[in-house]
Design a protein around this ligand. Structure first.
Ligand code: XMP
Length: 430
């Protein structure tokens, strides 16, 4: 590991992640560890230059007041305490530090180097992945989402064709998405890629199923079965790559770093596949994952991809999925994305997509009465997807999208714009 590190000890603050971000924004690597880390564990972490005790408002975990071991002060690292009544530290603050105070501690008191950047991170990870994997083989479920794409690119850099990527097209992908996975990973990065077009199999299982939870279960379960079948055809796989990222770990609880592996199970992978995990992004925040992807040469369209539910367009084709309405969702979504990008809204609006309900309404086409589906346009802005607002989209843009959908998408005679914030609505319709 090349980078210097500032360790943040979690004493129940809700602002650990924000603090780690602030330190990293100074160009210094930072990790959050539980308050009861032993002095030996702390000493064994690579390149520690200083420790921050982050108490925040509630220095309590599980109802028990939190204290750090007094031996931690004897480890020889400078200590900064935030809202933590101890006289034994180099710096003490009542509230979260501003950038100047943090700079003072990180650079002047700890003497850390600002050497946290994606190039160094990638070099480190390549070294670590090679040490972990040796000459064995790694398997990765490559959905084409940001995290799995970046893990794939990093693993390709580290172990090349010892990695096998499996891309399952469940038939619920957006327009051209599977094609771009093949183009980038097979044609450009020369990955060992197994492409499985399981469209018929998924749509067959989903035929006539209208309950959203049931649809999700079928899609998730079938995905695992297809992946498992492919995995069983391969020989000598010892490792499974996973796109676990730092927020997954932080959100898993206060004793973060230790709990991860048992907790994290992306996409519910089969338990009887006994692989050791390779999770090279587990210390990165989402924007760092994107920066890492760009540094590895992935296209911006892949790295800045919007969140996309695992069950894909299946949750946006309401009720029982039919090929007809699925096509209407896919084509209208492509038009919406194209027009938002043309208007520069792709960088201003957090998530946008289309939905096709399973009922028809009356319209007029070619001077005759028609009875067809509607497309609902959905656009939201949010910070954390827990709540969301509806952006005011320029009328001309909306009008153009509606005109194009009505002219280009079959079986559609009506376009609506969803005005509902979350809550009370959710972002997706289901
Ligand atoms: P809701 O509809 O709950 O969506 O307001 C919040 C965010 O989560 C995304 N979403 C999913 N993401 N797997 C995912 O990875 C899923 O099954 C899933 N369902 C919803 C949704 O797109 C929105 O960004």
């Amino acid at each position: 590991m090349k980078q210097d590190m500032i360790v943040i000890l979690d004493l129940g603050s809700t602002e650990n992640a924000a603090l780690a971000r602030m330190v990293r924004e100074l160009g210094v690597y930072s990790e959050i560890h539980p308050h009861d880390i032993s002095p030996q564990e702390l000493r064994e972490l690579p390149n520690v230059k200083g420790v921050i005790l982050n108490g925040g408002e509630n220095r309590v975990v599980d109802g028990v007041p939190v204290e750090v071991s007094s031996e931690l002060y004897e480890c020889g690292f400078p200590v900064m305490a935030i809202d933590h009544p101890t006289a034994r530290c180099e710096k003490r603050l009542e509230v979260m530090p501003d950038t100047a105070a943090l700079r003072d501690f990180v650079f002047d008191i700890c003497g850390a180097q600002a050497n946290w950047n994606m190039k160094n991170f990638i070099d480190d990870q390549v070294e670590q992945i090679r040490a972990q994997v040796g000459d064995k083989k790694v398997l990765l479920a490559l959905s084409g989402g940001v995290d799995s794409s970046v893990v794939a690119a990093l693993l390709i850099r580290a172990v090349g064709r010892q990695l096998t990527c499996v891309h399952v097209n469940h038939g619920l992908m957006r327009k051209n998405e599977s094609e771009s996975v093949i183009e980038v990973f097979q044609n450009q990065l020369h990955a060992n890629l197994i492409y499985v077009d399981a469209t018929d199999r998924f749509l067959g299982k989903l035929a006539g199923v209208s309950d959203p939870e049931e649809k999700r279960k079928i899609i998730g379960g079938e995905f695992i079965r297809v992946f498992e079948e492919e995995a069983k055809k391969l020989e000598g796989i010892a490792f499974l790559g996973q796109g676990t990222i730092y927020p997954d770990i932080i959100e898993s609880g206060t004793k973060t770093a230790k709990m991860v592996k048992s907790h994290h199970n992306v996409g519910g992978l089969p338990e009887d596949l006994q692989f050791e995990l390779v999770e090279p992004l587990k210390q990165l925040f989402k924007d760092e994952v994107r920066a890492c992807g760009l540094e590895l040469g992935l296209p911006a369209s892949m790295v800045y991809r919007q969140p996309f539910p695992g069950p894909g367009l299946g949750v946006r084709c309401l009720g029982a999925i039919t090929r007809e309405r699925l096509e209407a969702v896919r084509e209208s979504d492509a038009i919406l994305r194209e027009e938002f990008a043309r208007a520069g809204l792709d960088k201003k609006i957090w998530q946008y997509f289309t939905v096709v309900p399973d009922f028809k309404s009356v319209g007029v086409k070619n001077n005759a009465r028609c009875f067809e589906y509607m497309v609902i346009l959905r656009a939201v802005n949010t910070v954390d997807a827990m709540s969301a607002t509806v952006p005011r989209v320029d009328w001309d843009v909306l009008e153009r999208i509606a005109q194009r959908i009505l002219a280009e998408v079959e079986n559609v005679n009506r376009v609506c714009y969803d005005m509902s914030p979350k809550p009370p609505a959710t972002i997706e319709f289901e």
